[in-house]
Design a protein around this ligand. Sequence first.
Ligand code: SAH
Ligand code: SF4
Length: 352
Amino acid sequence: MPKPLIYDLDREGLKNLLAEWKQPAFRVNQIWEGIYRNLKSAPEEWSNLPVVLKKIMAEKTEFSGIIPVDRLESSDRMTIKTLFKTRDGQAIEAVLMKYDERRTLCISTQAGCAMGCVFCATGQMGFFRNLTSGEIVEQVLYFARELKKVGETVTNIVIMGMGEPFINYDNTLDAIDRLNDPRGFGLGARRFTISTVGLVPKIQEFTKEKRQVNLAVSLHAANDELRSKLLPINRQYPLSELIPACRDYVETTGRRITFEWALIDNVNDRLEDARELAGLVNGMICHVNVIPLNPTTKFSGNATSLERAQAFSNELNSAGVPCTIRLRRGIDIQAGCGQLAGKHHEASSNSA
Ligand code: SAH
Ligand code: SF4
C-alpha cells in the first residue's frame, strides 16, 4: 500500500492520523499551517515540531504526490506550464498565467478525459484516472511555493486543465474546500472557477450547494446538431436540458454564469452563430468567453482570425450578451488543454 498523501487529508483525517501516532491533537494546527500557510514541502522544514514526529511524518506519509518533470515558459514569460508525473506515472499539467496583478492557475482534475470533445488534446488522449483531492491541491501548492520565492501569491484558480471536474466531483470540491480553509491557504471561494462540459445532473447538484465558486459551461455551439459533433456528451445532455439547468443555476444562486466558446473558422464563428447563441441565452445573467481555437493534431478545424473573433464578439454585445475575447497567450508553449501531456503519452506509447 502506498503511503497516504498528506494533501489528501482534511483536518479530520490529519487528526485521526495523529491520534493513531499517539500525538496530541494540537499538532493538527501546526501541521496544517505549515503546509497551507507557510507552504512547507517536507517534514524537516517544521522547526516547531519534535524530531520524533517529523520522523513519523516522513516515514508514514507522502509529501510529493506529483513531481515536476517538464516546464515550458512562453516567450513573453507570462505563462509557465509545468508537466507533473503522479506516483503511478500519470502525466498531468498545470499552467500559471501572470496577467496584470493576477496570478491565475489552471489546474487538472483527471489524467486524460473520457468526454471525447473532438478539438481537445486531452479528449484525444482518452481517460486514465481521476486525480485525488491531494493531487489537485498539490498542483496549487507547487506554484504557490514558486510564487512565494518572488514575494507573490496565487490570486485565482481556474479548473480548466485536463479532465472533466464534474466527473470527479467530490475530489474537486474537496480540493477547493481544503484550499478555501481560512486556517490554511485561505483562498476565497469567489476566486475559483469550475469549467464543465455540461453534465446536467452535476450542474443541478452544484446549484443546490449554493457555493460562491464560479461556474463556466463549455458551450461552443448553440444547436444540438453541431454541439453533438464537437462535444459527444451533448447527445446525452442536449441543449434543451443544459440551458434550463444553467438558467436554474443563475436564478437559484444569483450568480452570473460563464459560457465558453472556442472559435473555429467557419464552423461556429459566423455572425449567424453569434445570433443563435444570443437567442439561446436570451435574458440569462451570463458572460461569454470566446477563444480562437488552439489547433491540435487530431482535429482539422482552424482557429478564427482576430477580425472574425472581433465581429463575433461585437454581434453578441450588440444583442445584449456581454462577451470577452480571450487570447491564448500561452500558445507558443502549447498551453492548450492537455497538449503537453498528450505529447508525453504519445512518446511513451511509441516507445512501448
Ligand atoms: N472539461 C472541462 C474543463 C477543462 S477544458 C470543460 O470541458 O469545460 C477547459 C476549456 O478549454 C473548455 O472550455 C474546453 O472546451 C476548452 N478547450 C479544449 N480544447 C481546446 C482547444 N483546442 N482550443 C480552445 N479551447 C479548448
Ligand atoms: Fe474533457 Fe473538457 Fe477536453 Fe472535453 S474539453 S475532452 S470535457 S477536458
